[in-house]
Design a binder for this molecule. Sequence first.
Ligand code: PMP
Length: 428
Amino acid sequence: TGLSPRERALVERRRRLLGPAYRLFYEHPVHPVRGEGAWLFDAAGNRYLDCYNNVASMGHAHPRIVAAIAAQAAQLNTHTRYLHETVLDYAEALLATLPAALGHVMFTCTGSEANDLALRIARSHTGGEGIVVTALAYHGVTASLADLSPSLGAGVPLGRHVATVAAPDAYRGSADMPRRFAEDVRQAFEDLRRHGIRPCALLVDTMFTSDGVFPDPAGFLAEAVTAARAAGALFIADEVQPGFGRTGQMWGFARHGVEPDIVTMGKPMGNGHPLAGLAIRPELLERFGSTSRYFNTFGGNPVSAAAGLAVLQVLHDEGLAENARSVGAYLQDGLRALAARHLLIGDVRGAGLSIGCELVRDRVTQTPATAETTYVVNALRERRVLISASGPDANILKIRPPLCLSRAQVDLFVETCDQVLASVPGHD
Ligand code: PMP
């Protein structure tokens, strides 16, 4: 697979030291040593266009964010058991981006911990256990989240308190998808109840990223949220992927016109610095807060808070959500233009710079082009353009570049896709 002796040695060393559970991207792994904006560079100075990294959303190694981290690290790093202004300044700035009803924020280090905490609070408030998620959801690494992350595979069984609903797929589904999705949610809670499990929460990634990126029609989520609340459940929006400008708006739930009870967040929140958390309606936190104490050693420490503040400032000052919206639309247009020449492209969808492109062998039968998708992802990598794929048949190209992506970079991306699609064996 074109590995150099040095790369082969590194792969072997990883296997020896880290064991068998870790996976690398691509048949020919990438070994970046430096990043800048949407570019990654390897040790030989080769440049890669990163169209997949949704953590460094403000751009790799953003100088302002790096400087904020360095300055605070050089001064003090403690935790939330001491008084410190920065965590409060950050909490204020973060809450200002959210609906007014969300009045408290709690900090963790990972999206998983944020979801785990959200579930504990939701259980404490509702007295229920029943959780509804989508068919290929991913919500995190802890035992309680593996219980409700069907994308981890058949070897990771779902909990008895977990029910799944089909992904809100407007490409393969019928025109009444929003109603059907809401009906599925209602039924799922009813099934749980029949098994003696009281509703607790509807937990969804508001872009349904691991299910295959399902943004349309905007607003479709509202009916499902109403159904969940009617069942007595809370609505937890997992904004770990859509949050912080990716969809062209600050939060993914906004395009559905819904207000979550709890918002969980992570990934780009610290632009690579491990920072995550949740925002919540204060009344939902009352019982949890009066019966348990919460301390996360690293969550909300002054260095993390400084990183988070710098991220919000950069997002605002550089207009990155707006850039995601316009450059994302330009990228989708580019892919749609390719669809006129490449029959493999069955669907292009997305919001901002969270984009899915579904490859099919036949546009009428919509047969997933799984092997072709693997080929495209790896062939793009050979041309130093980085994306990945998702969905139940792994035939949906998942495109999520840093939000600072430029139109010239989109042109390079689309041209490279054009070349690669023209080279897919058995297709033109
Ligand atoms: N929720 C979603 C939607 C995610 O995509 C992820 C990470 N891929 C998580 C939660 C977990 O976040 P972390 O890896 O920071 O624990």
